[in-house]
Design a protein around this ligand. Structure first.
Ligand SMILES: C[S@@+](CC[C@H](N)C(=O)[O-])C[C@H]1O[C@@H](n2cnc3c(N)ncnc32)[C@H](O)[C@@H]1O
Length: 258
């Protein structure tokens, strides 16, 4: 269904090594959309459920929607005893059909995934599907590991650029320009736009750094076998043994229906 590279081992690495979202993120969404026990939220591009699962704690139900079956398999494996989460195989194009089934949505969240979608179209499509006071949230989970403003991140970037033979600049929607584009697009689609951030610092071991980097590679680019060992050894030479400190800046663009 998708050739975006999130299948196979990448899905496992994603589930294991990608950061989730701190409770303050869930609090900010709850407050912005006045979420409560009667509400259903749709998490588009849910991946392995980093945002879907904590969101479900206090809602009637959350639907995680993703076109990559392997990501959903990983999400299901960690769902535990939460009975109000449903995983749906599909893309942003399927949002209207889901709203037809479940009725007005309290919110649609798109976490670290909007750069794969036609945001103008999605914002316009979603607005009539929301309940009063609801909205859409564009969430990003910090700048990619190799674009941060630290010595280890610069060393990581240099190593990756050499390994991949390409320059790495894409910030996956976390950069100011993308945020401004999304903000204007939300406003043009009729939303009242606001924003908030959750910032924190957290340690990162070498193994977590390696896992995080591998989880961001398309599956066909993953080094395997001896090449994986060489990749890890050269990465360690480049950045050192760690641990590292990562400053994570979770950004939320909030589009209120009205
Ligand atoms: C970087 S992951 C984000 C996962 C998770 N939401 C998070 O915050 O960590 C991006 C996800 O978007 C999904 N995706 C890509 N194109 C999509 C589309 N058109 N509609 C819905 N999801 C899409 C991918 O399959 C992948 O699981």
């Amino acid at each position: 269904m998708t050739a975006l590279g999130f299948g196979g081992e990448v899905a496992e690495l994603y589930q294991r090594y990608r950061r989730g979202y701190p409770d303050e993120t869930i609090d900010a969404l709850t407050q912005a959309f006045r979420l409560g026990a009667d509400d259903v939220v749709l998490d588009v591009g849910c991946g392995t459920g980093q945002l879907t699962l904590p969101l479900a704690r206090s809602l009637r139900a959350v639907i995680g929607l993703d076109p990559e079956a392997d990501m959903l398999v990983q999400a299901r494996a960690v769902v535990g005893d939460q009975r109000n989460v449903m995983w749906a195989l599909g893309s942003d194009r399927d949002v209207p059909a889901i709203a037809q089934l479940v009725g007005p949505l309290a919110a649609v969240t798109v976490a670290q995934a909007l750069h794969w979608m036609d945001h103008d179209d999605l914002f316009r499509t979603v607005r009539p599907l929301l309940r009063a006071g609801g909205g859409i949230a564009v969430v990003t989970n910090g700048v990619p590991l190799w674009l941060q403003d630290t010595t280890w991140s610069s060393a990581l970037r240099e190593f990756l650029q050499q390994w991949l033979g390409t320059s790495l600049a894409a910030a996956c929607g976390t950069d100011e320009r993308s945020q401004e584009v999304y903000r204007l697009s939300l406003a043009a689609a009729g939303y009242v736009v606001g924003d908030t951030r959750v910032r924190y610092s957290a340690p990162l071991t070498f193994v977590e750094l390696l896992g995080g980097v591998l989880s961001a590679m398309p599956v066909e680019q993953l080094p395997i076998g001896r090449a994986r060992e060489e990749f890890a050894a050269r990465l360690r030479d480049a950045v050192g043994p760690g641990p590292f400190t990562e400053d994570v800046d979770v950004r939320l663009l909030i589009g209120l229906r009205d």
